[in-house]
Design a protein around this ligand. Structure first.
Ligand SMILES: Cc1cc2nc3c(=O)[nH]c(=O)nc-3n(C[C@H](O)[C@H](O)[C@H](O)COP(=O)(O)OP(=O)(O)OC[C@H]3O[C@@H](n4cnc5c(N)ncnc54)[C@H](O)[C@@H]3O)c2cc1C
Length: 385
C-alpha cells in the first residue's frame, strides 16, 4: 500500500521470508494431519511478531494495526491455519493484556507469551452463546480473594494447546455484567475439553475450555468488575480488521496459483488462459482482491490514526471483514474451477484455500451479524428490532 512506512515494508519482507522458509514446506502436511507445531511460534517470538501491538516498554514490538494486518496476510498466504492461531495469540490474548492488564499481570504473562514459550487464546463463545456473545452463562462468583468460575467455552482457537487464556465470564445477573479473567493451564478446576475436527483451518487447534469450580485469584481479574464490554468490543473490531489480512493472504495465493496454471495448462492446443471465460475469472479475482486490500488497510490505518469514533470504527471493521471474507471464498472457489480436476485434488493447495477461507465468513462475527452491524449504522432506530 502506498502509505506503508519503511518499517511496514521491512516487516512485510521479514514475515514473507519467514513464512516461505518455515511455514510453507509443512503447511499441506499440517492440514492433512490436523496437527500443531509449537516451534514456529518460538521463531515468531524471536522475530518480535508475538507482541506486535504491545508497547516496547511492555516488551512488545510497539507496532500498529497496519503492521499486524501485514503479518496476517503474509502468514496466511502460505498457511492460514498458523495465521489463525497467531491471531488468537497476538491479537485476542496478548494485545488485550497489553491494553488492559495491570502492571503485575503484564509482568507475569507477557514475557512468556511474547517469547513464544507460552501460547495464548481468548474464551468468549459458549455452546449456547455464539453470535449472541452476551448470552454467555459462564459464571464467576466472588469467594474471599478468589473468583470461582463455572461454565464451558467452546470453539476456542489454541484451546487444546494453549497455556494462558483471556476469559470472559458473568459476574452479575445482567446481560452486560461481564468481567475478564486470566486463566492458566494447570489451575485447579480448569481443563481443556475435546479438540474439534474441522473442515478447514486444520492446523489451528480448536477446542473447549472447561471450568468446574475453578478458583481464579482476584489479581487475575482484568479491569474492574462488570466492566468488560467496551474492552471486548474494541478488541472484536481490531480482530475483524486484522483477520481480514488472513482473507487477503488466502485470496492472493489462490490468484497466484490459478494465474500460473492458466499460463501453463494447455487444452485444445492452447493455454487455458487464452480462453475468455478463464480470463474473466482471473480479472475479477485480481480486481476484487485489490479493492479489498485497499479497504482493509485503509480501515487499519484509520484505526491507528484514531480518526474515527469507536462506533464508526466498528462499522468500518465490519464492512472490511464482511466483503473480504466473501471475496476470499469466491476467489478460492474460482481457483478450483480454473484448475479443473487438479483443483479438486490435494495435488494443489487451492482446495485447502477454500476450506480455510470459509471460516472467515463465520469466526469473529458471521456475515449475517456483520450485515446487522452495518445496517444498524445506516438505518438507526429503524433497524432495531
Ligand atoms: C475455527 C473456529 C475458531 C474460533 N475461535 C474462537 C476463539 O478463539 N474464541 C471465541 O470466543 N470464539 C471462537 N470461535 C467462535 C465463533 O466466533 C462463533 O462460531 C461465531 O461467533 C458464530 O457463533 P455460532 O457458531 O454459535 O453460530 P450461531 O450464533 O449459532 O449462528 C448460526 C447461524 O445463525 C445466524 N444468526 C445468528 N444470529 C442471527 C441474527 N440475529 N440474524 C440473522 N442470522 C443470525 C449466524 O449468522 C449463523 O449463520 C471460533 C469458531 C470457529 C469455527
Amino acid at each position: 500500500m502506498w502509505f506503508f512506512s519503511d518499517e511496514h515494508r521491512m516487516l512485510q519482507e521479514t514475515v514473507r521470508q519467514f513464512a516461505r522458509t518455515e511455514l510453507e514446506p509443512r503447511a499441506a502436511q499440517l492440514d492433512e494431519d490436523e496437527g500443531f507445531h509449537h516451534e514456529p511460534f518460538k521463531k515468531m517470538g524471536e522475530l518480535g511478531l508475538l507482541g506486535i501491538t504491545v508497547s516496547e516498554k511492555d516488551g512488545g514490538a510497539g507496532l500498529d494495526a497496519v503492521a499486524a494486518t501485514i503479518a496476517m496476510e503474509e502468514i496466511a498466504a502460505v498457511d492460514a491455519s498458523t495465521a489463525l492461531s497467531y491471531l488468537a495469540h497476538s491479537i485476542l490474548c496478548v494485545n488485550q493484556i497489553g491494553c488492559n492488564g495491570s502492571t503485575e499481570q503484564k509482568k507475569h504473562f507477557l514475557p512468556k507469551l511474547i517469547s513464544g514459550e507460552w501460547l495464548g487464546g481468548m474464551g468468549m463463545s459458549e455452546p449456547g452463546a455464539g453470535s449472541d456473545a452476551l448470552g454467555m452463562t459462564t459464571k464467576a462468583n466472588k469467594s474471599g480473594s478468589d473468583y470461582v468460575l463455572n461454565g464451558t467455552k467452546t470453539w476456542i482457537t489454541n484451546g487444546p494447546v494453549g497455556h494462558a487464556f483471556y476469559v470472559y465470564a458473568k459476574t452479575g445477573t445482567g446481560r452486560k455484567d461481564v468481567s475478564t479473567f486470566l486463566v492458566e493451564r494447570g489451575m485447579k478446576g480448569f481443563s481443556t475439553g475435546k479438540k474439534f475436527q474441522k473442515m478447514g483451518m486444520r492446523g489451528s487447534p480448536t477446542g473447549e475450555l472447561i471450568f468446574e469450580d475453578c478458583k481464579v485469584p482476584e489479581k487475575n481479574r482484568v479491569g474492574t468488575e462488570n466492566n468488560s464490554i467496551k474492552m471486548m468490543m474494541r478488541n472484536l473490531d481490531l480482530e475483524r480488521i486484522t483477520i481480514s489480512g488472513i482473507s487477503l493472504g488466502i485470496a492472493r495465493s489462490a490468484i497466484a496459483v490459478s494465474q500460473l496454471y492458466a499460463q501453463e495448462r494447455k487444452q485444445f492446443g492452447k493455454p487455458i488462459g487464452s480462453f475468455q471465460m478463464i480470463q474473466e475469472r482471473l480479472a475479477e479475482a485480481s480486481s476484487q482482491y485489490e479493492a479489498c486490500r485497499a479497504l482493509v488497510f485503509q480501515t487499519a490505518k484509520m484505526w491507528d490514526l484514531g480518526t474515527i469514533s469507536a462506533k464508526d470504527g466498528s462499522t468500518e471493521a465490519a464492512k472490511a471483514k464482511l466483503i473480504t471474507a466473501q471475496v476470499a471464498t469466491r476467489i478460492a472457489m474460482d481457483a478450483i474451477q480454473i484448475l479443473g480436476g487438479y483443483g479438486y485434488t490435494r495435488e494443489f493447495p487451492v482446495e485447502r484455500y477454500l476450506r480455510d477461507a470459509k471460516l472467515m465468513e463465520i469466526g469473529a462475527g458471521t456475515n449475517e451479524i456483520l450485515r446487522i452491524v452495518i445496517a444498524k449504522s445506516m438505518l438507526g432506530e429503524v433497524a432495531k428490532t
